[in-house]
Design a protein around this ligand. Structure first.
Ligand SMILES: Cc1cc2nc3c(=O)[nH]c(=O)nc-3n(C[C@H](O)[C@H](O)[C@H](O)COP(=O)(O)O)c2cc1C
Length: 218
């Protein structure tokens, strides 16, 4: 599918066909999208809870109670639901884990200095957000949203229906999955699968601000 075709085809799915499951070949590519997403200094401040069983989806759907209940059926009827979690802080253990992965993957083969430079750059960015901008959790969460953006586009290119779900109760999900205990917090979710015939949004035209409103070409 061309990029333009995927951009026009992708839409926020409001009702999923509960009888249709994503094939394993697609699921593998969705995992690759999540794992290979870029992040500032490659800090990868995320964790993903992927629910595909009825039990797993029911656990995620606990975050769609009360004023978020408009999202409950989307979670329960989707084939898969990804709960995007952000790290609440970056400790030395995480920094060393990223550095070790980069070394294992051959990023520092040219010279040992590159390893120190990679680590120092990451720490410098982290310190800037820690001590100057004082927005570490916000900065980390931005990386998670960036991941979700790529994920939605990728799912669209694969011909998968999806909906991002910011309408979830993060506190409930933090408790359900003991996320805070692991220095994580729930941010947002994406439900994926195939839309139901009754999805009112499937046939509505896409609507965006006019190009001359949003572009300044210089
Ligand atoms: C960050 C984010 C959060 C969203 N949260 C929800 C949500 O909780 N429930 C829902 O039905 N749609 C949600 N949406 C879907 C948007 O309403 C939708 O993307 C927007 O209206 C544009 O329509 P389109 O995606 O069909 O092009 C969300 C979209 C984004 C990007």
């Amino acid at each position: 599918m061309s990029l333009i075709a995927a951009l026009n085809r992708r839409y926020a799915t409001k009702a999923f066909d509960a009888t249709k499951k994503l094939p394993e070949s697609i699921v593998e590519q969705l995992f690759a999208l999540l794992r290979l997403s870029p992040s500032s200094t490659n800090i990868q401040p995320w964790h993903f809870i992927v629910a595909s069983s009825d039990e797993g989806k029911a656990r995620v759907a606990k975050g769609a109670g009360g004023s978020y209940s408009y999202n409950e059926a989307k979670i329960l009827n989707a084939s898969h639901v990804v709960l995007f979690c952000s790290r609440t802080q970056i400790d030395e253990a995480h920094l060393q884990k990223v550095l070790a992965a980069e070394e294992r993957d051959g990023r520092f083969a040219a010279s040992p200095d590159i390893k120190a430079a990679a680590h120092n750059t990451r720490v410098a960015y982290l310190n800037e957000h820690q001590y100057l901008k004082k927005d570490v959790s916000h900065w980390l969460e931005k990386q998670v949203y960036l991941n979700m953006g790529g994920f939605l586009l990728g799912a669209g290119l694969l011909g998968i229906d999806a909906v991002p779900l910011e309408g979830i109760d993060q506190a409930v999900l933090n408790a359900e999955f003991a996320l805070n205990e692991r220095d994580l917090t729930a941010v947002t979710a994406v439900a994926l699968g195939y839309h139901a015939a009754a999805d009112f949004n499937a046939t509505l035209p896409k609507s965006r601000l006019a190009a001359d409103e949003i572009f300044t070409v210089i």
